[in-house]
Design a protein around this ligand. Sequence first.
Ligand SMILES: Nc1ncnc2c1ncn2[C@@H]1O[C@H](COP(=O)(O)OP(=O)(O)OP(=O)(O)O)[C@@H](O)[C@H]1O
Length: 693
Amino acid sequence: MSARRQPSIPPKIPGYEFVRLLGMGGFADVFEYRQELPRRSVAVKVLLSGSLDQEAREAFFAEANVMAQLSHHPSIVTVYHADIASDGRPYLVMEYCSRPGLGTRYRMERFTVAEVLRTGIRVASAVEAAHHLGILHRDIKPANILATDFGWPALTDFGIASTLGSSAAATGMSIPWAAPELLAERPTGDARGDVYSLGATIYSLLVGRSPFEVTGRSNSPADLLSRIERAPLPTIDREDVPPGLSAVLARAMAKDPDRRFLSALALAHALQQVERSMHLPVTSIDLSQDILPEAPSSRGDADGSSGDGSRDDQVTRLRPVVSIDPHGGPSDLSQGFAAPAASPATRAQARAARRPQAPPPPLPGTGQGASSSRDVDEDATRLRPITTITAQTSVPDQRQRSWGTTGGDVPTGTTGGVPTGTTGRGPARAAAVPPPPAPEGTNPAQGYAGAQSYPEPQPYPVPQAYPAPQPYPQTLAWQQQGHPAQAGPVEQTGYVPQPGPSGYPSPGHPAQHGAGHSPEAPFAPSATAFSPTPAEIRSQHYRKPSSDDETGHRGPRRGWVVGAAAAVVVAALVTVGVLTLGRDADPDPQATDAPLPTPTAVEEATVPAPAKLTGIDQGDGTAEFTWENPDEQEGDTYVWREVTVGSQGEARRTTSSEVVVPLDDSTGVVCIEVSIVRDDGRASTMPVQECSR
Ligand SMILES: Nc1ncnc2c1ncn2[C@@H]1O[C@H](COP(=O)(O)OP(=O)(O)OP(=O)(O)O)[C@@H](O)[C@H]1O
């Protein structure tokens, strides 16, 4: 198996030194660089050269701007800087998330319920923070939750984020985690779509697959779409999952948005309740103090008061209607506060985003009442449009706000002109972006679901080791959908095209669009040729991908995506940075000062990855791996090594295109990566990886 496109050449960026490729997305490559001052690893997302039209640039910088607005949140990837490289490609410098993200882990590991709850609450608070700024993420899924050095989940990929209240019809998202109303003929949606996707993501972490995938049955996008719309949520087949948690997820993923939690915050509260019912430490909900500038005491008095009588004063100026008590449960939510008058524009958005107040069903075992006033109160969302930043944009540093009421913030400033930031999480983390403008107003009738951060009530266990990857069994031949033969089984993951203004560009550069390379979708046939809408999926009017559609992308941004099952593991390994084979032999990426490398130049400068890497379990404790050299040249050899998530074995060189490798004793599987090495020492820019099956 091989990637359907080569990665682009990493641009030369003053003050940064290229280290390695981290991953390839539909419209961008992500590289690790070493920032010189302050010295630290960063992830640099670089728009592909084929996506350089104005719309793409604007979308790219809009994503930078959205992320910058949210960067200070402990569970959102921090953006440090955005600019245009000397080769003309926009890039985004981000916090480097060194640990395997959830997209990598959820199919390979069994998460404990405690970790799922903790993660769910943290991501929910990130989503709530985005909603407070008027931003819908619209593509929450395991692959978009990375993990920091300290194991904190970090939400990323706001490439298709939009303002609350904007047309959901223009959105795009990954079908397995998309809310039914967003998959409808006439999509509608608001913050509750993100609530659904977050519920679906949490569900996925518990079961190791997306919610409506059925093992052993067809999981085509049409199948998924139909189940998402009509089938009841399958029971979670885990004895350690309490009924209360199942009920919370069932409510988060209710088909009718009116029956869902009305906000990500409400979902976080419900997850906290489950933690309490399980006698687990209660995870804090991290929301900025600009939402509730002077928070109640960090102990979180049950009534939400600060205990010094000052709350009422603040409340009249601000908008909180709820405070969060990680120790004692949600406070009295009936105490809503008046919000400032909204501007007409904001009110219009607010109307569009207003959440209905139909009573949701009661949740057994969670204390979540069907007609909780909290949900109504939490309906409030401060709305603010995304502003598009222009090129040459440095995300200004700002550390005025802190997360949490205790703990030492780690403020950083600008050093030597290089924007700095911290990647700290939790209470010690400081903000990195200027505080958002004062709210333009909120709908007084809606109140404001303000909250605060609290000191972390328990240490977050940082996983030290990850189990070796296992092949994902849930596969289905691409041909089953009537598509031309593709190498290997595929994972059925569909994407809805999203021609919206905040999405990435519309098709138009098929030659340069790469395969989607998220863990859900390592390889993507060209969306230009094949990017069905939900309506097309329903009617089965797919356009067949042509035989040369191997360099596709997902829709305008995310076309139809399928990934080979074991490629999930491959993508995972890419994510955790095991793609180092042949790095030394790569063409010098810094030597590319030329304006913009053409695809041809890129192809010539790079050595392809081995093709059709396959590992077959021989039944004798070993697996035989074979591969092909798609561009064999005299003197070619191969370097291969064993890989597991987070580690790699000794590199070995061979002239043969097959090796026999012992299976891992504990998993019964072995994974390797292979690189072609030219006679002159150049090696595959991106080695290929595969696991035995
Ligand atoms: N901050 C980061 N730290 C480490 N790795 C990262 C980081 N950001 C992205 N990556 C890696 O790069 C890959 C592609 O990134 P990303 O998903 O943001 O690109 P994209 O073009 O938006 O992709 P997609 O088409 O899937 O949306 C990710 O799957 C991940 O493996």
